[in-house]
Structures are given as C-alpha cells and as structure tokens.
Design a protein around this ligand. Structure first.
Ligand SMILES: C[C@@](CO)(OP(=O)(O)O)[C@H](O)COP(=O)(O)OP(=O)(O)OC[C@H]1O[C@@H](n2ccc(N)nc2=O)[C@H](O)[C@@H]1O
Ligand SMILES: Nc1ncnc2c1ncn2[C@@H]1O[C@H](COP(=O)(O)OP(=O)(O)O)[C@@H](O)[C@H]1O
Length: 289
C-alpha cells in the first residue's frame, strides 16, 4: 500500500558520453574488451520514488515497446529487493527525455538511479561496491552511473578508474535511427585490435586523439548518422557515443555551442548540455542526506 506519510524523492538520471571508445580485443565469450572514457551530462531523465510497505513495484508511464517487467527500472528494483531481503516496494514515475538506443546510456542510468535511490529510500544499506555489482548484471554501463565519477572504463566497461576530462559543452544530435549494440559488435568490419593506451594525459585533457572504433561501421550502415556527423564536424571535433546513434560535438563554452545549435538545418534534433565529472544523481543525494 502507498505510504502517504513518507515523502517522494525525485532524482536525476543523467546521460553519459563515451568521449572515446577503443576496442582492444575480444574475450573468449565473444564480448569485446574496451577502453572508454565516460563523462556524464547535466541532462537526462528524472525518476520519482514513492515508498510502499507491501513490496509492490509499479512504474508509470510504460515506455513504448518496453513492457514494465522488462524495464530496467523495475528489474533494478527487483534486484535490490532480492539482494537486500527488504519487504518494501515503491511507486516509481519515469520522466523520459533521453532517446532510447541512442548510446547515451539512458536505460543503464535509470537502473543505477533506481538502485542508488531505493537503497537510500528503503535504507537497505548496500555498499557502493555491492550496488555496482548488482548493476553490472543489468548492463555494462550501470556501474559507472552507480559510482557517479567520470572514469576510464576497461574490461567490458566495468573496471573503472576515475578521470577528469575537461567539463566542456556539447551539442548532442540524435539521428532518426535506433541502433542495436549487438548489430555493431557483430559486424565483420569492426576494428577490434586498437592498442591499449597507458598514458594518463589522454584521460585528463588532450582530446585530440579521441576516437570511437564503432564509428566507421555505424556510418556505413546508417547514412543518417554520417550526414549528422558531416554537419557537426564543420564546427569542430564530432564523434559517435557508444554504438550510436547519437553523436556529439565539443565546445569550450555554452555560448559557442548555442551559436552553432541555432544554425542547425531543419531535421537535425538533439540538445545542448555540459559534460560533468560528478554525476548530478550523487550531487542531489548529498543534498538530501
Ligand atoms: C557500447 C556501450 C559503451 O558504453 O554502450 P551503448 O552504446 O550500449 O550505450 C556499452 O559497452 C554496451 O554495453 P551493454 O549495454 O551491456 O551492451 P548490451 O546492449 O547488453 O550488448 C548487446 C550485445 O552486444 C555485444 N557486446 C556488448 C558489449 C561488449 N563490450 N561487447 C559485445 O560484444 C554482445 O553480443 C551483447 O550481447
Ligand atoms: N528504462 C529504460 N530506458 C531506456 N531503455 C530501456 C529501459 N528499460 C529497458 N530499456 C531497453 O534498453 C534498450 C537500450 O536503451 P538505452 O540504454 O536508452 O540505449 P543505449 O544502450 O544505446 O544507450 C532500449 O532500446 C530498451 O529496449
């Protein structure tokens, strides 16, 4: 039953960018080994949690094509119930702004906000390490959102070393296609042997050599992505995030990003946001504590 005596908590569920994404090898199980630099955006979805005492989890509204039981929010809530043994539940509202299948990690971020938010609300007391481990079972990108620090991700993205890339401004464009991660990783033309980087400056500031190894395959399969990249690259470095479809261009100030954004041709959709090294989720939680 909904408990009206306890207040809702509303928490951000930010997007991530892969500032670079290198594929350095392949594991015996077929999964690709990566080196990727994760940074958060001060832009994303919002989740509101209202506690219940009867163990029931509800989610509104339903996302198109994703039944509630498959939604990463509900799956994360159930994982936490199981791991902690709590009898509590929640009514959860998801305000979705991030495009799905866009390489912005929206689903993973929603799962992480649910794990971290409900652990706080239910006072289940799991450690950050325990939450990151639960999250990894839901998706490779969930741990970085649980930990809330910009980081170099290795392995399949779960071995995280905190990093401090510049907190630049970005234009993020969403080409009108949804791309499945599995499709890109199974392409025979994918570069899978990029040498591992071991020099720290690459993770801190020198963005000149940043690259995404999925970009050539995605441009070949999806001309819409190539067209958007061709437009954005006129104004500075532009790259794919994750396995796409979204692309981003980097600008030193908000004013410069907005100036270019104002010139976008009809049909280019997306947003302007700032790259941040501390997740808005963790900043909000600190304010609540
Ligand atoms: C590429 C990244 C980079 O941040 O982001 P997105 O583009 O999804 O946002 C992630 O590593 C995405 O990880 P994750 O979200 O767990 O991938 P899934 O959609 O579950 O993967 C779908 C399929 O892609 C393949 N896959 C995925 C990740 C990986 N490191 N190697 C792979 O070979 C596997 O065949 C897997 O079954
Ligand atoms: N809460 C959720 N938000 C977004 N996608 C979700 C969610 N729950 C499950 N999904 C599924 O996960 C897929 C990947 O979504 P998303 O994480 O937004 O993209 P990406 O992994 O490309 O960054 C979606 O196409 C959808 O089927």
């Amino acid at each position: 039953m909904t408990d009206l005596t306890r207040p809702d908590i509303t928490l951000p569920s930010p997007a991530k960018l892969n500032l670079f994404l290198h594929i350095t090898g392949r594991r015996a199980d077929g999964y690709h080994e990566l080196q990727t630099l994760f940074q958060f955006l001060d832009y994303g979805d919002t989740l509101t949690f209202h506690p219940r005492d009867d163990g029931v989890i509800t989610l509104t509204p339903e996302l198109p094509g994703v039944p509630a039981e498959q939604n990463l929010v509900v799956r994360a809530a159930r994982c936490l119930q199981e791991a902690s043994g709590t009898g509590k539940g929640a009514d959860i509202h998801l305000d979705k702004k991030l495009p799905m299948g866009g390489g912005l990690g929206g689903g993973s971020s929603n799962a992480a906000t649910t794990l971290v938010g409900l652990n706080h609300l239910w006072q289940t007391g799991l450690s950050e390490d325990q939450l990151a481990e639960l999250g990894l079972a839901l998706g490779a990108d969930v741990p970085v959102f649980v930990r809330g620090r910009a980081a170099l991700g290795e392995g399949v993205g779960e071995k995280l070393t905190p990093a401090n890339p510049p907190e630049d401004w970005f234009i993020v464009v969403k080409p009108p296609v949804e791309i499945s991660t599995a499709e890109i990783f199974s392409d025979p033309g994918l570069t899978r042997n990029t040498p591992r980087i071991t020099i720290a400056p690459a993770f801190e500031g020198d963005a000149s050599g940043y690259r995404n190894d999925c970009e050539d395959v995605v441009k070949r399969l999806y001309p819409e992505v190539k067209n958007s990249l061709d437009w954005l690259a006129k104004f500075g470095p532009a790259r794919l995030t994750g396995t796409g479809a979204c692309i981003f261009g980097r600008f030193p100030t908000e004013a410069e990003a907005l100036k270019v954004w104002a010139k976008r041709p009809t049909g280019i959709t997306g947003f302007v946001a700032r790259g941040v090294n501390h997740s808005p989720l963790h900043i909000k939680l600190t304010e609540l504590k």
